[in-house]
Design a protein around this ligand. Structure first.
Ligand code: PAF
Length: 282
């Protein structure tokens, strides 16, 4: 497995690599990332995993400085997964002028859902992903559905800017109790970790009620947020949206996604669940 720290090294190798699948990450890899890698392997000749903690997508007071940097452990895991190359640039390699003058500005969706409390986050994500796409020139790129809004924005960017890259969504990896795998789970105390599956349980209850015919989406959202709140969560949002466009869901939409973000103590968790209704029974 090659480990490249420079753009020129990665580019020279890429020319001979055949069908390449990219898995962009910020490192601190867990089973959820490895599921992305396995999907990428199934679809390509060579998998590139990028590892870069992207300052541009962290707001003030967020965890950029304490975000775990675990390159050695990460590369050990990737080696076992048959990854062809790791791209792990330092900040100067990706942002040589310190600031990035030209950025990707996603549409209004960047200010909704997670964007409401993380201004500039999706601009930072879209910008670094566009850079990675241009550097690696992959045929395929795999993204987890756990970051559903990120996935929607990257899909939109790739389509509108004509990146010749297939964006592959990969299902969320979960612990046995339902908690979505995330690097930030490591910040949870023991008692917070016990409570954490309540988020997915709240989403699952909404999904069940919708499947059983409930269509009062505002009430379902409010009830779920209230339940979480009563259990000690600070809720940023629980929202039912159209699965493809992430516009507000209307009765009659068949493909829905319920998204939520909430904090336990200092740790902010996000999760979502897709619902596909039978068109005949909507
Ligand atoms: O999902 C992530 O880990 C990051 O947002 C990404 C896509 C690697 C961009 O920094």
């Amino acid at each position: 497995m090659y480990i490249f720290h420079t753009i020129s090294g990665l580019r020279a190798w890429r020319k001979t690599a055949g069908i390449v699948a990219l898995v962009p990450t910020m490192g601190n890899l867990h089973e959820g990332h490895l599921a992305l890698v396995r999907e990428a392997r199934r679809r390509s000749d060579a998998v590139v995993v990028s590892i870069f903690v992207n300052r541009l997508q962290f707001g003030q007071g967020e965890d950029f400085d304490r975000y775990p940097r675990t390159l050695q452990e990460d590369t050990d895991k990737l080696h076992g997964e048959g990854v062809a190359a790791v791209f792990a640039p330092d900040e100067h390699e990706l942002y040589p002028h310190v600031s990035q003058d030209y950025n990707i500005e996603p549409p209004h969706l960047q200010n909704e859902l997670c964007g409401r409390v993380r201004p500039g986050h999706f601009r930072g994500v879209a910008t670094v992903v566009a850079k990675l796409f241009n550097i690696v020139q992959p045929d395929i790129a795999c993204f987890g559905k756990k970051d559903y809004q990120q996935l929607a924005i990257i899909r939109g960017m790739a389509a509108d800017l004509n990146f010749n890259i297939e964006i592959v969504p990969v299902d969320t990896g979960r612990a046995d109790d339902g908690l979505a795998l995330s690097s930030r789970n490591a910040y949870l105390s023991e008692s917070e970790r016990e409570k954490a599956p309540q988020l997915y349980a709240a989403l699952s209850r909404i999904a069940e009620q919708i499947q059983m015919g409930s269509r009062d989406y505002v009430r379902l959202e409010t009830d779920a947020a209230d339940t979480l709140h009563r259990n000690g969560w600070q809720v940023d949002y629980v929202e039912i949206r159209h699965a493809d466009t992430l516009t507000v869901a209307h009765v009659g939409d068949a493909d829905l996604v319920v998204l939520a973000a909430a904090r336990l103590g200092k740790t902010r968790l996000i999760d979502n669940i897709e619902i596909h209704l039978d068109k005949k029974t909507i």
